[in-house]
Design a protein around this ligand. Structure first.
Ligand code: IPE
Ligand code: IPE
Ligand code: MG
Length: 250
């Protein structure tokens, strides 16, 4: 069987792919297992997706790992997810370094339990010089939180005469977001059949292509990722223009 990667257009690889990793609970339920077993299996999918993204030459992979809303889940699940986070970061650190993966995070990191924020900050520092791919973990993240925080900071800067209201532009707003150094994703993947955004990157996905798959996150592998890229490559991104203009623009 031919490898999907061979038919992909290497000149049309998205720079940034974001993923809403969903369906761990349903995956576990289908097998009569505890939800936490689904989350633990999801770590293999993270590994496979990161590897495929690296292989393809994607520069940024953002994974939605824990939303601000996820604190409302049963305590046992939240505690289990936090433990899994610490273990995964600690266990994967050497491999991240071996593979040139720079780890970074978006979200309210200081709002995580201390053991998580410490191991995360340590891994971020330890991988800071890696250049092959940036893995962005969205943790304790909510897009409305991020935008609200940006508005507060912009308002403060206007009140303190550091900024004029007339200087507030699209790119200035960008520079107050936690994604300020990251280009907007060209592609957003959501697994497990839900067709919603769940408070993820609302500002940044203004022109992003969406790809939905029924595959539960713990089953998601290299070929599922490459399928999403293939689908993305078939689309015409018009950015408000008409098709004919895109041909003459080339
Ligand atoms: C995604 O899987 C992981 C997190 C949100 C942390 P879910 O836990 O949401 O799985 P489902 O949606 O209940 O199947
Ligand atoms: C979104 O998944 C958050 C993450 C993937 C971390 P959820 O499973 O929490 O989303 P909803 O609540 O079904 O929209
Ligand atoms: Mg879910």
């Amino acid at each position: 069987m031919s490898d999907l990667i061979d038919i992909l257009d290497k000149n049309k690889v998205p720079k940034h792919v974001a993923v809403i990793m969903d369906g761990n609970g349903r995956w576990a339920k289908e097998r009569g297992q505890n939800r936490l077993e689904g989350h633990a299996m999801g770590v293999d999918s993270v590994r496979a997706t990161l590897k495929a993204a690296r292989e393809l030459g994607v520069s940024y992979l953002t994974l939605y790992a824990f939303s601000t809303e996820n604190w409302s889940r049963p305590k046992e699940e939240v505690d289990g997810l936090m433990d899994l986070l610490v273990h995964s970061i600690t266990n994967e650190l050497d491999e991240l370094n071996e593979n040139g993966v720079r780890l970074t995070a978006i979200g309210d990191i200081d709002g995580l339990p201390e053991k998580c924020s410490l191991s995360l900050k340590n891994a971020i520092k330890d991988t800071a010089k890696n250049k092959q791919i940036t893995l962005v973990l969205a943790l304790n993240y909510s897009s409305k939180w991020e935008i609200t925080k940006a508005i507060q900071e912009i308002s403060n800067d206007v009140s303190n005469n550091k900024l004029l209201a007339s200087e507030i532009t699209d790119s200035l707003v960008n520079s107050y977001l936690s994604t300020k150094e990251i280009p907007d994703p060209e592609l957003l993947i959501r697994t497990s059949g839900e067709h919603r955004i769940s408070n993820f990157l609302l500002w940044q996905i203004a022109y992003t292509e969406f790809y939905f798959t029924d595959v539960h996150w713990p089953d998601f592998r290299r070929d599922d990722f490459l399928e999403a890229i293939l689908d993305y490559q078939k689309r015409e991104r018009r950015f408000g223009k008409v098709s004919e203009q895109l041909i003459t623009d080339k």
